[in-house]
Design a protein around this ligand. Structure first.
Ligand code: BGC
Length: 445
């Protein structure tokens, strides 16, 4: 295969990296920040997380200037980062924390001085704890709380920020946080999941509407986690199981946003979401985004299983399939990016697509102060090749962001999986650019 060249893409194709506040900032209780559900969760679930937490993380809160300079040295001109809601509004609503506003003002100003375009994610999983005490995403009022927070961000930062991402991966935080209880706020069960899902979908469209009403020249999108789903065998049972998994993993949030309603069809129990719906909701769930962010890491192989409640389908673990895997035990399957782009592009009236996250965790070893990470480099190259393949087949894909810049707090997995282009020694906060980071810099040059 010919070597991958940036020139194969359009000149205005957007290349960047993505990060998230709780995973890198640290300073968890500094300068008036209120606790988020993750601050509380890491305290409550010490054994699950082996005592790991994001209290300090990469200390980006204090080191952002040096980190932005490093980003710039690596020829990265687009940085997708998130705002921690409870830095801006410590109680989630009401009182504004000026020091929180100051921090993001400085971060944005520094970025622009360095020529780095800020892409702001408004919610990357760190709901203010005070709102969780009132039900968080399971309370319908969250739509207004979120809209109010979004308006504050647009009013304070909108003179410099034009690119907004409303939510990061709603399916993941609703499922992991409100059904399985393995992410903050650690809630379990179908009812909390369905309530959170509906209110999140409402807040997503509402948040976007708020941005557009305050800033007509904004570029507004939202992001979805996606996996290429395939059945384990040719049996009809597995095919139907894969359909159900696809519904949950890929279709649950995009379809109401596009005005198609919830895709409840093949999972009967999802019809219970109607319990949370009010008049006009169907209409309110819809919004014409300027772009859709897709985040893809792997594919899933699905098998029928009588034992799994509600969906009678289970993921066949990559470990048991004799395939190459990452440190997350996710199969290395670059074609998944291509299939995901093709799948989403097939929706009628879909806006332009951007890969807002893609990357891989592999164990890294520091040898003589350097990190050679050929697997990560290959993973990224292969994925970008698949983006190109989709683009050449006519998919309207406008950008690609690597997950992620720095090794960081990988949620329930703590600090073990390292996704960064830049290695972080968490005992000293030293940064070392990995070979994959040097490769990306060279590619972007
Ligand atoms: C999330 C990131 C996460 C990454 C790797 C995405 O689901 O947006 O926060 O670190 O995947 O797991």
């Amino acid at each position: 295969m010919a070597p991958l060249k940036k020139e194969a893409f359009d000149d205005d194709f957007i290349w960047g990296i993505s990060t998230a506040a709780y995973q890198i900032e640290g300073a968890h209780n500094k300068d008036g920040k209120g606790p988020s559900i993750w601050d509380v969760f890491v305290q409550k679930k010490k054994s699950l997380l082996h005592g790991q937490h994001g209290n300090i993380a990469c200390d980006f809160y204090h080191r952002y200037t040096d980190d932005l300079i490093l980003m710039r040295k690596l020829n990265i001109y687009n940085h997708r980062f998130s705002i921690a809601w409870s830095r801006i509004l410590p109680e989630g609503n009401g009182r504004i924390n000026q020091q929180g506003i100051d921090f993001y003002n400085k971060l944005i100003d520094r970025s622009l001085e360095l020529g780095i375009r800020p892409w702001v994610t408004l919610y990357h999983w760190d709901l203010p704890h005070a709102l969780d005490r009132n039900g968080g995403w399971t309370n319908r009022d969250v739509k207004e709380w979120f809209g109010n927070y979004v308006a504050i961000c647009v009013k304070h930062f909108g003179d410099r920020v034009k690119d907004w991402i409303v939510l990061n991966e709603p399916t993941v935080f609703c499922a992991a946080g409100y059904f399985f209880g393995i992410h903050a706020p650690g809630k379990n069960g179908l009812d909390t999941f369905l309530a959170a899902t509906h209110h999140t979908a409402l807040a997503q469209a509402h948040g976007a509407r708020v941005i557009k009403s305050l800033q007509t020249d904004s570029n507004v999108g939202t992001t979805f986690s996606c996996s290429h789903v395939q059945p384990f065998s040719a049996s009809e049972k597995d095919a139907l199981a894969a359909e159900r998994a696809d519904l949950l993993l890929n279709r649950l949030f995009i379809e109401p946003l596009l005005g198609l309603g919830y895709p409840t069809g093949s999972i009967k129990v999802l019809n219970r979401i109607e319990k949370y719906m009010q008049q006009n909701d169907e209409q309110d769930l819809k919004f014409n985004m300027d772009f859709i962010g897709l985040q893809n890491y792997t594919r899933e192989i699905i098998k029928h299983s009588y034992f799994v409640p509600y969906i009678q389908a289970k993921i066949v673990n990559a470990k048991n399939r004799a395939v190459e895997t990452t440190a997350m035990n996710w199969e290395v399957y670059p074609e998944s990016v291509y299939h995901t782009l093709k799948k989403f592009s097939a929706y009628h009236n879909i806006p332009p697509l951007i890969i807002t996250e893609n990357g891989a965790a592999f164990p890294d070893n520091v040898v003589n102060g350097k990190i050679d990470d050929p697997k990560r480099k290959q993973y990224l190259q292969d994925a970008i090749q698949q983006v190109l393949r989709a683009k050449q087949e006519g998919v309207n894909v406008k950008g690609y962001f690597v997950w992620t810049f720095l090794d960081n707090f990988e949620w329930a997995e703590g600090y073990v999986p390292r996704f960064g282009l830049v290695y972080v020694d968490f005992s000293t906060q030293q940064r070392i650019v990995k070979a994959s980071g040097h490769w990306y810099a060279e590619f972007l040059k």
